[in-house]
Design a binder for this molecule. Sequence first.
Ligand code: NAP
Length: 304
Amino acid sequence: MEPGFDVVTGAFSFTGRALALRLLSEERRVRTLTNHPQRPGSEEIKVDVAPLQFADRAALVESLRGADTLYNTYWVRFRQGKLSFGDAIANTRILAGAAAEAGVRKIVHISVSNPSLDSHLDYYAGKARTEEIIRTSGLRWAIVRPTLVFGAGDILLNNIAWLLRRMPVFAIPGLGTYRVQPVAIEDVAEISTWAAQQSDDMTVDAAGPDIVTYTEMVEGIAIAVGRRPRYVFMPPRLTLLLGNIVGAYVHDVVLTRQELEGLMQELLVSHEKPRGTRRIDNWLLTNADTLGRSYASELDRHWR
Ligand SMILES: NC(=O)c1ccc[n+]([C@@H]2O[C@H](COP(=O)([O-])OP(=O)(O)OC[C@H]3O[C@@H](n4cnc5c(N)ncnc54)[C@H](OP(=O)(O)O)[C@@H]3O)[C@@H](O)[C@H]2O)c1
């Protein structure tokens, strides 16, 4: 490709897809690094494709040479098989190093709201480690920290809807009063491309305009898909157990302890003025027909 293009990891996946679409709408040329070039709908996203791999550094550098901005969405949702959060941190270091060697102008790194090196949750501590790697990469950088992301291709909200469509009873962990601040995937993409254009290095949250309790969010999904389940409030450990039972049925990891703890500790709420403008209720109502019709499997998407 002629120099001046942008690189996005995972353009046929979730966040990377929205980023690629946003960049294409701005008439940017895009290359994606991915191991899943054949996902349904991938033909609609007109991008150049190279592998997202960390073993052949020279090839990785070549795939980044001539790029203006690298939008990095790479991370793993949980530890599985031989791949740990430590491996994902090491891979992030390789990717950032390759970008620096290739002469990339800037890296926009997608993190998560409220990461912390001190967190006992490996997910959040790991994300804080990746942020350190980006800040010391020698590249210009922007770190974008989304809260709970909703939009086409999301997993969590879709699967809540999937359960609501099938079950007369819905289990809420604890009291369900902990808050979340969902953000639209299009807002995450807009904030990221805006951050790429700023002259200062920066760390910004990507959060939506509404803060709701977890129960309110689930009720919103239930209303959108036309269900009125009985809500059962139960100890978090029991909901994880139920999640494991559903997981065995759908051959997936439905919810991890880390995700549940992060949710209940309100780590998916921003402490900044929201930059996102799109409302989750609008999205739920306009996507009610398709939401939760089929189960979205993390293991199918990334691990099989
Ligand atoms: N989803 C949310 O609600 C949310 C909320 C806050 C923060 N975030 C952050 O946003 C970023 C993107 O998340 P996402 O949900 O949009 O992820 P995603 O699109 O499903 O995946 C992002 C990238 O990571 C790669 N990847 C994921 N799991 C992998 C695995 N097991 N092995 C190898 N590669 C793997 C994907 O590879 P392929 O290209 O091959 O698919 C893709 O390039 C992450 O850093 C995440 O922490 C997400």
